[in-house]
Design a protein around this ligand. Structure first.
Ligand code: CAA
Length: 381
């Protein structure tokens, strides 16, 4: 098994790192403080090909593999987790499903304009009663000639206010349960598509998390991805891919916090020596470094399995579970290494701690990842 990145993957890492360090890191604290969506840098991310990495060049994407995508996600999250989630949702939860399930005409309309940063997309699955229990969809779409009339409400939609189109999961046949869920691309500006609210959050404050309301919103049947009833499979397979991106984001958050802790441990003195010379601090740093490496390897393995067109859902769930738990532990300990200064915004490490928390929740909680993993290891038992 190969554990080194290829020359091409290293080039992607170097490009993403340079952009993250030069353009993103300097504004990360300010956009977090002001909860400001970073339109300018998102457009530049598009220009660098970071918003549609695995989409073929024929549609304007970068045509890289998933390993490169994971590597770039990690680099972005090392600097700013908000940029990373904006990138991950456009890549994994919007462009990939439109590319995989869309017709040629749909790809021209709903994919090509979304690869270069001019427009971004989002993924609207969650409803007030349908979080982990994602099959429990109440948004209804009733066929009326060549349109659907959509009524309902979606919450916690990342990129929701800023996106030009949303992949929306609706119930077209309530009796059929999850086999009655259908995926529609709904464009902003469609009458009856409202964005009444954007959430105020603990972390990822520069990303935009919106609520959608659909009131007799008429969506053309031509905007349907796949057949009626295929929506849940589209959602679940998109989330399998998405979880690789979130695992990589969590690795980046943990690595960014660890770097701050290492820098501080080298400089801060107590009892006459740098604190990095105290065994208690070394212990925390050693555990952090080991867990981050393990999380990175699990993430790259899931990405490599996807690239090899092998089953990767359970591997992605393991990677996301381990990486997000690692991010929470590593950021907690990185604050501990800083002592009281870790609690102070100026020392930057508290942002990583706040950003880490959501990685244990979105795109499936740690508990949902365990359910997916347990089902996989138990097989048909
Ligand atoms: N790929 C394709 N199909 C899949 C699948 C997968 N990975 N997993 C399940 N399915 C299919 C099953 O085959 C089954 O279909 P059939 O009945 O036709 O055979 C159907 O889906 C239902 O599957 P289950 O019986 O396993 O469904 P369940 O209700 O028992 O459990 C679950 C499903 C794993 C709990 C799922 O609901 C889940 O993952 N929940 C978490 C939802 C989630 O991750 N939400 C994230 C919101 S988006 C977000 O967070 C984005 C963001 O902001 C960044």
């Amino acid at each position: 098994m190969r554990v080194e990145l290829t020359e091409e993957q290293e080039m992607v890492r170097a490009m993403a790192r340079e952009f993250a360090d030069k353009d993103v890191r300097p504004i990360a604290a300010e956009i977090d403080r002001d909860a400001r969506f970073p339109r300018e840098t998102v457009r530049r991310m598009g220009g660098l090909g970071l918003l549609a990495m695995t989409i073929p060049p024929a549609y304007g994407g970068s045509g890289t593999d998933t390993v490169s995508y994971a590597v770039a996600m990690e680099e972005m999250a090392r600097a700013c987790a908000s940029h990373a989630v904006i990138m991950s949702v456009n890549n994994s939860l919007y462009c990939e499903p439109v590319h995989q399930w869309g017709s040629e005409e749909q790809k021209q309309r709903f994919l090509v304009p979304f690869v270069g940063g001019q427009k971004i997309g989002c993924f609207a699955l969650t409803e007030p009663q349908a979080g982990s229990d994602a099959t429990n969809q109440h948004t209804l779409a009733v066929r009326d000639g060549d349109h659907y009339a959509v009524n309902g409400r979606k919450i916690f939609v990342t990129n929701g206010r800023e996106s030009a189109a949303a992949l929306v999961f609706v119930q077209t046949d309530h009796e059929a349960g999850h086999r009655g869920i259908t995926a529609l691309v709904v464009e902003k500006g469609t009458p009856g598509f409202l964005v009444p609210r954007v959430e105020e959050k603990l972390g990822l404050r520069a990303s935009d998390t919106a609520e959608f309301v659909f009131e007799d919103c008429r969506v053309p049947v031509a905007n349907r991805l796949g057949e009626e009833g295929m929506g849940f499979k589209i959602a679940m397979s998109s989330l399998d891919s998405g979880r690789i991106g979130i695992a990589a984001q969590a690795v980046g958050i943990a690595a960014g916090a660890c770097e701050l802790a290492l820098g501080y441990a080298r400089e801060r003195k107590s009892f006459g020596v740098p604190i990095g010379q105290h065994q208690m601090v070394q212990w925390m740093l050693a555990d952090m470094a080991t867990a981050i490496d393990a999380a990175r390897l699990l993430t790259l393995r899931a990405a490599a399995l996807k690239d090899a067109k092998k089953p990767f859902g359970a591997a992605a769930a393991m990677a996301k579970l381990f990486a997000s738990e690692t991010a929470m532990k590593a950021t907690t300990d990185a604050i501990q290494v800083h002592g009281g200064y870790g609690f102070i915004k100026e020392y930057r490490v508290e942002r990583y701690f706040r950003d880490a928390k959501i990685t244990q929740i979105y795109e499936g909680t740690s508990q949902v990842q365990k359910l997916v993993i347990a089902r996989s290891v138990l097989g048909g038992a």
